[in-house]
Structure formats: C-alpha cells, structure tokens
Ligand binder design. Structure first.
Ligand code: SF4
Length: 337
C-alpha cells in the first residue's frame, strides 16, 4: 500500500480524505466510501496503486471523446473501486464488488510500464477509465507525468466528483476529460447514486476554467432522468454554463446491476433528448450505445457539411482540415482535429 495524498490528520488517529467531495472522515482500521482508501493508525493509504484490473487498447471514440484526436487509440487502464454506488452501474463487477482478493489480484504495472505499453501499441493517449480515476489519483498522476514527457496525452473518464484541489494538481497533465452528468436532480444523485449533484456541476465549470478539453455524457434512464424538463435543464446547463461547443453524448441505458429489471431507453426518448440539446443551442449532440445511427457523425454546425463519418466507434472518414470545415471555414472545436 502507498500513503495517500490529499488528506488531513485529525484527533484520535482519525483522518479526513480530501480527494473527493465525500470528504470521508475515517477511523483507524476503517475504509472510505470508495473502499479503496484505508486508515491504518492515523495514516491514510491507497490500495489502488501499482496494479490494474484492466488494460485495453480502445478507440478514443469509445470513451466517448469525439473531438479529441479523432480516430486515434487510447491505452485504457483501471483499478477496482468507485466513490459512487450507481444502482445502474455498467461496470459493477470491477467498480462495486471489490473484495480484497480483487484488489490484490490485479496485474502489477508500474507507471513506466503503462506508458511503455501505450507507446508500443501506438496509442495517442492513456485513458484512466472503466472505474473512477479519482480513486486511483496517485497512480494516474504518476503515470500521467511520465506520459506527458513522452508526448502521450492523458484522458480521464470520470463522474466529476473530485475536489478542486485534486483537479488543480492533475490539470497540467490532463488533456481531456469526459464527465458523466448522470441526472439534474439532487434527489436522484442521493437516492440512486449515493452522492450530490452540486459538486459535479461545480467541477464541470472548473474543468472549463482550467482549459481541459471537456465532453459530457448523460445516460438517459427511463423513469429516472428522462423527464423532458430535466433533460431541458441539463442541456441548458451544458450550453449556457459550459459552452455551446461542448459535445454532449446522450447514451442509451440497458438493464444492468441493480436495475436489471428496467427496460432499455426507447429510441424516441433518445431522439427527444437529442432535439432538446440542439434546441438549447448545443452544436454537437451525439447518441450513444446505439449500434449505428445517422447522428453519430459530426456535421459542421454552420453549413451542416458532413465532417466525420463514424461506425461502431471507428472513424471511417474525416474531412476536417487544420481544424476547419472545408466547406465554410468554420473552426471545429476540439483538440487534434
Ligand atoms: S476518495 Fe472519496 S470516497 Fe474515497 S475515502 Fe476519499 S473522500 Fe472517501
């Protein structure tokens, strides 16, 4: 185990973790909400360092990031655990059920080895993903610093619940982030996820201020967050507070984990959410978790010229030249476009 960063020592060997907005106060011998950080006699340790539960080469579009080096590969890594307890989690077997044996059975990998693997597999970036990267911050931070020196970009796929302090430390090494905005009602965050809405909204604005490339994903779940007014509120927040050029991915829910008895999101609901996004003024709205869909392509917001054609997370054709639409010359937002 490695001593954790970002915590305070309190009386009676208690500690307070300052890595995420839960701000857990942890007695000696106990773990935080994430089950990854443990207090041993007044020292906070992270059990998520040096071993991964998953390493894969993915298209960057799978994160999803559609405006960040389109068509490139991302070396994806994860450790077990999460600071959220979403009842609909799609990766519950590595994020929610974390016996000690799972933490110990990962593949040993130093930060240097992860960067080397990313280079050997021709990846443009390393994605800290599948589970919540905030809870393996120290591991991702050490890896990201080495990656940056080697010319490899760093990506977080996150629930956006970290503290400002963590974001500020990570920001110089973080090139892009996709944040899940899972609902726009605090009650839903409390009841279904085990967290609060406001820290996520604050972090989304902070990420923009820090200049990290941002895309937002919202999984639309029937009966949970598919109310048209809630979707309007969500779209208005992204457009007005984050920017009309922030890509918004609206994903289709499929039954999973503690919501395996729920129906998948009807395609009409996804269509309604997409229309709502455009009505709010967003320039790029993409459906997700749909096998093939006309709207997964990127069109110029100004002249509607087809710019990027995608299929199953692959880029089939990219017409953007030097970040501009070849037809009308509009600048297309993103990095490495
Ligand atoms: S990372 Fe978050 S959930 Fe885990 S111990 Fe720290 S404050 Fe608690």
């Amino acid at each position: 185990m490695k001593e954790a960063s970002l915590y305070f020592k309190l009386d009676n060997s208690k500690v307070q973790c300052n890595l995420c907005a839960h701000h857990c106060v942890i007695k000696t011998g106990k773990k935080g909400i994430c089950k990854v950080r443990v207090n041993h006699e007044g020292i906070l340790y992270t059990r998520a360092y040096g071993k991964t539960i998953a390493q894969h080469v993915d298209p960057v579009e799978k994160k999803p990031l559609y405006h960040f080096f389109p068509g490139s590969k991302a070396y994806s890594v994860a450790t077990p655990g999460c600071n959220f307890h979403c009842r609909f989690c799609q990766n519950w077997d590595i994020s929610q059920i974390i016996p000690d044996t799972l933490l110990e059975s990962g593949y040993p990998a130093t930060p240097e080895q992860i960067v080397r693997s990313a280079k050997q597999t021709g990846c443009q970036s390393i994605a800290y993903t599948y589970t919540e990267p905030t809870i393996f911050f120290e591991y991702s931070y050490d890896t990201a610093q080495i990656a940056k020196k080697e010319g490899i970009q760093n990506i977080y796929v996150s629930n956006g619940y970290m503290t400002f302090e963590m974001l500020e430390i990570m920001a110089p090494f973080l090139d892009a982030i996709n944040v899940d905005l899972k609902a726009f009602r605090d009650e839903t965050y409390r009841r279904i996820i085990g967290a609060r809405l406001q820290p996520v909204l604050d972090n989304l604005k902070k990420i923009k201020q820090l200049g990290i490339w941002l895309e937002v994903t919202s999984l639309i779940i029937p009966g949970i967050n598919d109310d048209p007014q809630e979707i309007r509120d969500m779209a208005a927040f992204v457009a007005d507070e984050l920017g009309r050029d922030v890509p918004w991915h609206i994903s289709r829910f499929f039954p999973s984990y503690n919501m395996s008895d729920m129906p998948p999101t009807p395609l009409q609901t996804l269509q309604m959410a997409k229309d709502t996004g455009f009505e709010a003024g967003l320039q790029y709205v993409y459906p997700g978790n749909v096998a093939s869909h006309e709207d997964v392509h990127t069109k110029c917001p100004q002249c509607r010229h087809l710019l990027i054609r995608r299929s199953h997370f692959g880029v089939i054709m990219n017409h953007i030249r030097d970040g501009l639409c070849p037809e009308c010359g509009m600048k297309i937002s993103g990095v490495g476009m």
